[in-house]
Design a protein around this ligand. Structure first.
Ligand code: SF4
Length: 128
């Protein structure tokens, strides 16, 4: 059974990050076990994540957090989700962007005590 350290090493070995949906397949674990590992690594600030859609399915790209450079990106990651516009190549309508809205609400919620929540793109009238 792969450990948290195995997952972290796997994420770390992918310079451009790895999709969470690929991580659990690569580690040969189920998606729920993978979610628990990812949540733990996020809580320990060892990784960060950004929302990404693949084949219309919403998932996360997981990125290793290099502590030596972490202060450089502090303004892009005030919470455990990396600022979604950095590197985004999607057609941009900020007022209808679920990723941007989730990131902004995460900052607000984090400031108010850290309640976890999710917003789907359907909530904002976007197709996935
Ligand atoms: S607002 Fe949304 S679509 Fe536009 S650049 Fe940011 S993440 Fe990408």
């Amino acid at each position: 059974m792969p450990s948290d350290a195995d997952a972290l090493e796997f994420i770390k070995s992918h310079e451009n990050g790895i999709l969470q949906s690929d991580l659990w397949k690569a580690l040969k674990i189920d998606s729920r076990k993978c979610s628990r590992i990812v949540a733990k690594l996020l809580k320990e600030n060892l990784i960060t994540r950004q929302v990404e859609s693949t084949d219309g399915i919403r998932t996360y790209r997981l990125l290793y957090l290099d502590k030596s450079n972490s202060s450089r990106f502090k303004s892009l990651m005030p919470v455990h989700i990396f600022e979604p516009c950095a590197g985004c190549i999607e057609e941009c309508e900020p007022e209808h962007c679920a990723k941007l809205s989730e990131w902004i609400f995460s900052i607000v919620i984090h400031a108010e005590g850290g309640v976890e929540f999710k917003i789907s793109q359907e909530d904002y009238g976007q197709d996935t």
